[in-house]
Design a protein around this ligand. Sequence first.
Ligand code: GDD
Ligand code: MG
Length: 375
Amino acid sequence: MQALILAGGEGTRLRPLTLTRPKPAVTLVDRPFIAYMVDWIARHGITDVVIACGFGSDAVREALDDGRREAPRLRYVQEPEPLGTAGPLRLAADQGMLDDRFLVLNGDLLADLDLSALIRAHQDRRAAVTLALHSVQDPSSYGLVRRAGGPHAPGGSATAAGGEVWGFLEKPTSEEIDTDEVNAGAYVVDSSVIQLIPRGRMFSIEREVFPRLVGRGLYGHRLEGYWMDVGTPERYLEASWDVLEGRVRTELGDRLGGAGLLVADEATVDPRASVRPPALLEPGVSVEADAVIDRAVVGRAAAIGEGATVSGSVVLGDCRVGPRALVEGAILAPGAVVGDGARIGAGSVIGEGARIEAGSEIEAGARVDPGRVAS
Ligand code: GDD
Ligand code: MG
């Protein structure tokens, strides 16, 4: 079975992380984000992956080629301009890359849903499209799916996993929300659907294809398990702890076996520093005396100064956090520098190579652009 990953979005809500590299190539815990997806689908027998990229496709390719095992086979389609969520299917099909039936995945998912069950459900019903459905508390930022047998359908029951879809509403308003099931951004597509997609222009599968398939072979299949759209800094941080603590099934989580702590042999931690899980300290990291690392990722060759605190934060490779600095609930892109005693507020995202001057205070939720000097 084959999969096409939609990896060409701009990742606007994750800026400035996504200003210097495309979202699929942004590091999550210890590897490029898209590597988790490739592992996930490979566990369900996908042997052939087509990645649809817009800007930065070279970075995605490099990120994935780096230290990779052989399977599955990876190929890339590059869009001359963004084609939305449907256009890339048409482009890949026109380039002869797609089989009669294939899986499509949004490129920003961290999940361990049972894709094998989804594929089986699709085959059993000879559907045009079978959407993986997941239950969320607030469907407003997703695609709402109403289906026969769904939890709130007339005569429906919450236990029936699958059913024909009778309504698809992308980004529903609060009045429109009448179920908790949304499009999980993973679906099996029959190639007959490609003819609904025009060539060479932006086209939305959620707004312009799925609604048209209602009553014409659009099915939904609810899957339990871990599922997260890692589209915002808050969810990026949450996803990091979920990987470390094994709430989502991943290769790294399996290796850590629930301990949530990995300190590389090649990391140097002063005996007077304290490291509390969940935490990952990668090779080349140095942590000086009296520093506190509490619920954090510290990437390759990053240096944490004496008495500094890094808590609930991700500090990517080559960053420097000066003595007595306080980094709380923040994300530091590679190579960022935090001066002595500076304080970085919760929810801040500091761009690649940016510098926060000593003693300054960066307010909660701030965004500092790559390479900028902020005080
Ligand atoms: N190649 C390509 N080209 N990919 C694109 C483009 C494009 O022009 N535009 C968006 N994408 C990719 C994004 O990179 C992302 O992986 C995926 O398509 C979905 O886009 P998002 O911008 O993340 O959409 P969303 O999260 O608001 O909503 C989508 O995902 C939800 C689940 O997370 C929809 O599919 C919803 O229906 C769904 O519930
Ligand atoms: Mg998304």
